[in-house]
Design a protein around this ligand. Structure first.
Ligand code: CMP
Length: 139
């Protein structure tokens, strides 16, 4: 079915001017960018976004990284968008990511791994609503 997923192009990627290269991967695979904006997240906003990881040892470093520069937040729409985007991104750790995936091509480390994508349709809806008003999403 046609669905939406939430994506973040992370600070390591915006710093290296990779927004267009990453968007080209999405569009070539048939995902449509139906909302997009560049934001510099506040620490409070990043902490809340990653709240599910609050107990993890990497949490505070992850928050520091996510507020270290601008990010591009996006809504991607298409057939099986959640799973398709996860395939395009590749494994969280670029060392384990398959050839041709965004993280294999561009990620610097398990933390600075260039992109975030929702892991389920339910989480996608929550994450989209955390960054976008309904009127900003234009299919
Ligand atoms: P993301 O898909 O945005 O979800 C949580 C993020 O935490 C993940 O991508 C990585 O950037 C980061 N992360 C996950 N595991 C580790 C880890 N073991 N060490 C450091 N960062 C991690």
């Amino acid at each position: 079915a046609i669905e939406q997923t939430f994506s973040i192009i992370k600070p390591d990627a915006t710093r290296r001017n990779l927004t267009g290269a990453i968007n080209a991967v999405f569009e070539k695979a048939g995902l449509r960018i139906v909302a997009q904006k560049r934001v510099w997240m506040s620490r409070a906003h990043a902490k809340k976004f990653y709240e599910v990881h609050a107990a993890r040892p990497f949490y505070s470093d992850l928050v520091d990284f996510m507020v270290s520069g601008p990010v591009v937040v996006q809504v991607l729409e298409g057939e099986n968008a959640v799973a398709k985007n996860r395939e395009l991104m590749g494994a969280t750790n670029p060392a384990n990511a398959e050839e041709g995936t965004i993280r294999k091509m561009f990620a610097e480390s398990i933390e600075a791994n260039s992109v975030h994508g929702s892991d389920s349709a339910e989480n996608a809806a929550v994450e989209i609503a955390y960054f976008f008003a309904g009127t900003e999403i234009v299919g």
